[in-house]
Design a protein around this ligand. Structure first.
Ligand SMILES: [Fe+2]
Length: 232
């Protein structure tokens, strides 16, 4: 029988005693078992599968326990695939307990507006990639490179806006279908358009984003809402 860290012998008090002892600092020195419990908790979310608590308290190693051997089939190293569960935070909400001076209604308004900006910026990003792929004609090579350069810059802006939303306690838009429902930029056709039309669509998209951001009150320099950042 092993002693606890506090120098006492753990008493067999059932699972409640185990948790009370662990929480109260009387950790049982069953070398190897605590690590297994921690790993099972992290991987499976269930620390006690396959572990006999009474034997754990008595300091028995699980390999010698018949019950453990019997229950071994319940624990699997295989990942649990195809899991589904309820959302842990709904879209359009903000976390309550953030150490920010901004009140919740303010953060709600900010995250809502930033998500609109995010949807437009993601659309502009994809419009650049569409133009990069579909451009044709005598200026193909130069425009092919230029469109991809701007695509890369929009990727960085998208990430900045999305992470700003998360920092404010909100939930960022992410998926294409949600972006398509939200953006204010006109949807282009799937097919190829001539170069002047491609460029015209890109300019229109920039103007929509700049126009919206410019209406935001008192945006500080270099914030994600100011024109220099968007134009980059
Ligand atoms: Fe490419």
């Amino acid at each position: 029988m092993r002693k606890s860290l506090a120098g006492r012998v753990p008493q067999s008090t059932g699972s409640r005693g185990f948790f009370a002892g662990a929480i109260g600092g009387t950790l049982f020195q069953c070398h190897g078992i605590q690590e297994r419990v921690a790993i099972r908790t992290a991987v499976f979310g269930c620390p006690l599968v396959g572990i006999n608590i009474k034997n754990l308290q008595r300091g028995h190693m699980p390999k010698k326990d018949k019950n453990i051997a019997t229950n071994r089939g319940q624990v699997s190293a295989q990942p649990r695939l195809h899991q589904r569960a309820a959302e842990i935070q709904g879209y359009g909400t903000v976390s309550h307990m953030l150490p920010l001076d901004l009140e919740e209604p303010v953060r709600l308004e900010m995250t809502e507006q930033l998500n609109l900006l995010l949807a437009d910026t993601m659309t502009l990003r994809d419009l650049y990639k569409k133009s990069h792929w579909q451009v044709s004609g005598p200026t193909f090579y130069q425009l092919h490179l230029l469109f991809d350069k701007h695509y890369g810059e929009q990727v960085e802006i998208v990430d900045t806006i999305a992470e700003r939303i998360q920092l404010l306690g909100g939930v960022s838009l992410a998926m294409a279908a949600d972006v398509a429902e939200t953006t204010r930029i006109e949807r282009p056709p799937r097919g190829r358009e001539e170069v002047p039309v491609q460029i015209s669509r890109l300019i229109d998209a920039h103007q929509i984003i700049i126009g919206i951001a410019a209406r935001w009150p008192d945006a500080p320099p270099n914030s994600v809402t100011t024109a220099p950042t968007i134009w980059w």
